[in-house]
Design a protein around this ligand. Sequence first.
Ligand code: 8YV
Length: 317
Amino acid sequence: MSEKKTDILVWGQMHASLMQNLERDYSVHKLADINDIEAWADQHGTQVRGVVTSGVFGTDNAILDRLPNLEVVNSFGVGYDAVDTQYLSRRGIKLSNTPDVLNNAVAETAMALMLCVSRRISEAERFVRAGQWPNGKFPLGNDLCGKTCGIVGLGKIGKTIAKRAAAFEMNIAYFRRGRPYDDVSYRHYGDLRELAQDSDYLIVIVPGGPDTQHLIDADVLRALGPKSFLINVARGTVVDEKALVASLLASEIAGAGLDVFDDEPNVPAELLKLDNVVLTPHIGSGTYETRQAMADLVFANVKGYFEKGTLVTPVEL
Ligand code: 8YV
């Protein structure tokens, strides 16, 4: 007789190959298909040993409370701010994420947004499509070459962005509270306002969560100034969105490239009307190659945990 498969609760629509792998080897319950969570949990809650979710879906403690034998949460994405790590730690539940495999894709998204806002690519394309080219010339943009790229959060993705921006002959600077990193020679700022003041492009790539909530506030935006741009590929929570909208409407900064928002998928209506803002729907890691690598890494973590008792990329709780 074949062994009973381990029960896993999958939080939402996941990468197709990950779902295929999970459904082949595990007994998969899909949260999206469950209408009455209480009734479902009464029947299956005690069997569930694993949860598979994403950085965007996160988890909900009220649901996790109904899974008394839960051992592990495997999350698709590097950011896990939507998971209550203190809760997991209290219950002794392990967590994995997908670091490293998405460094390049997110860095490329940051570069794309930076190029797009500096050279007004989206606006220029709208100009051509609207048939405006025969009526006159399109306004000029800004070089990246020779400008200062200020990076808020010089972690693995931040360093990948720095390398790519350096290849565009930008000057690289970064913000880190306290001491500079020993392994980089980029200019260090311990004061975020000072970095903003000296940056032509301020790229935000710190983890989300309470520690970085509204790190980019009205003061930082004012310091950035009317000739400089904000790029956010981190989390919407890191930027005070109301302050950002106000600052854009008052032309206190030159523009913004935003891949993440406070209340995704809702984007403030004011931003939709602005030509100097480029808006993308949280596509930072969204390439075929990277999403496949992320899906494979989530599955390797699930397998690693249930077959060998070890996670490939555990989050220290
Ligand atoms: C999302 C991300 O997790 O890795 C992260 O932190 O924000 C993204 O990669 C991914 O889009 C979830 O589907």
